[in-house]
Design a protein around this ligand. Structure first.
Ligand code: SF4
Length: 411
């Protein structure tokens, strides 16, 4: 018997990243069109790409949500109905919205369900009931909400609840911040956040009433990593677990989707009741998954506000201690019959390096980079990004699988 587990919702920052996230196990993806969704620099979807990804996802029983969470001015609202009629035609599974004017416009032009964006910072039952009255069917709770608070909001409102489980944190109330406006002339509430909070600021100790030991990365948050709390998310009945990161790499989209979907599969198979996850089998897997997540991260992780409230421990100021252990060397483009693969190089590697194929499910398969040849079959000593290469077939390899380079890190 399969046990109930929440949906895994991964970022689809571009068509390629969305396909990779779905292939590596995401149940749903969130994407943006070329307007109205935060992350102006993201490789957002054209109408044709949107149509293609929705058709692909629906054919595989997966869902696609479209982000419309910029705060809009009146002139922006005028352009919205045309986009809404496209989303209606494509039958996308929901729209993620933060602005009341946008919700009202959607209700005039579109029948798709509305999810309240985390940008609206819904943190309490009264606010949740208000949004329910406005026709919202799901709340993406603010990252400041604890699991226990989320459980109570769900119980009191009967609404679907979505919570962030992994990714970057914002030290403001989810994007309600203008630091990037001041430092870079970019507006966070219109997709322009430059992560200015993570910069190294120097303090004039004479002017400020702080001790000499005050750290200069005082606004830079650690990343959220809720993997170890999965059983608690399941017990609380949280409907959807969201991974932050539309701007992050295909490597990130694939790895995070794979790790969390494997962990959710464990609970789908075994449930949470028998506490099997406390036993050695799950604990060994958890250790491996955490290593995978940490190998990509540029900063320390925390469970953030899921258990306690953000505090001094949520600040990341240890710049030097971590170097990525794996990087994407190439992406499989196609398989040539049963004997060869064509891959595209993403980060240059050399023939002396060690590579591994990351299948959609199961263990990585190591192989020496010396097996990689040019398209014409010549040996290569050093590859270049963008270059197409061929290599002998690896059992189970498929298009869009990642080939990674294991990089030594000095302690
Ligand atoms: S600069 Fe930092 S605090 Fe401000 S919106 Fe961006 S991530 Fe959030």
């Amino acid at each position: 018997v399969a046990h109930w587990v929440p949906e895994l919702l991964s970022p689809g920052g571009s068509y390629e990243k969305a396909r990779i996230a779905l292939d590596y196990g995401a149940d749903a993806i969130y994407i943006a069109g070329q307007k109205f969704g935060l992350r102006t620099a993201a490789d957002n979807f054209t109408p044709d790409e949107m149509r293609e990804i929705v058709e692909h996802a629906h054919a595989h029983q997966r869902l696609v949500y479209v982000v419309l969470n910029s705060f809009l001015y009146d002139q922006d609202l005028e352009e919205l109905p045309e986009f809404l009629s496209l989303l209606e035609e494509l039958q996308v599974d929901a729209l993620i919205v933060s602005d009341l004017g946008v919700i009202k416009t959607i209700q005039q032009y579109c029948t798709r369900p509305v999810h309240l964006s985390t940008q609206a910072s819904c943190l309490n039952i009264e606010s949740a009931l208000f949004w329910k009255k406005m026709g919202v069917t799901r709340l993406v709770l603010g990252r400041e909400t604890s699991l226990e608070e989320a459980r109570l909001i769900k119980e009191a409102t009967g609404l679907e609840i979505e919570m962030f489980i992994h990714g970057s944190m914002c030290m403001a109330y989810s994007g309600n911040c203008v630091i990037s406006n001041y430092t870079q002339g970019r507006d966070s509430n219109r997709g322009g956040c430059a992560h200015s909070c993570r910069f190294d600021y120097s303090l004039d100790f004479n002017l400020m009433n702080v001790s000499k030991s005050a750290r200069s990365f005082f606004m830079s948050s650690k990343d959220l990593e809720g993997l170890s709390l999965l059983p608690e998310f399941i017990k609380a009945g949280i409907d959807s677990l969201k991974v932050e990161g539309r701007m992050k790499s295909p490597h990130y989209a694939g790895t995070v989707s794979k790790v969390y979907s494997e962990a959710l599969d464990f609970f789908r198979q075994h449930g949470v009741e028998g506490n099997l996850h406390l036993g050695p089998e799950y604990q060994a897997k958890l250790k491996k998954w955490k290593r995978e997540l940490e190998s990509m991260a540029g900063r320390d992780a925390t469970t953030a506000s899921l258990v306690t409230k953000a505090n001094e421990d949520s600040i990341f100021d240890n710049r030097d201690h971590k170097t990525s252990e794996v990087k994407v060397a190439a992406l499989v483009i196609e398989t040539l019959g049963e004997t060869e693969l064509i891959a595209q190089v993403r980060h240059a590697f050399e023939s002396t390096h060690h590579l591994e194929l990351m299948p959609f499910e199961g263990e990585n398969i190591p192989f020496p980079a010396s097996e990689v040849k040019s398209l014409t079959g010549q040996p290569i000593t050093r590859t270049k990004p963008g270059m197409l290469v061929r290599l002998p077939m690896i059992a189970g390899a498929k298009a869009r699988q990642l080939i990674r380079q294991v990089v030594e890190v000095s302690p």
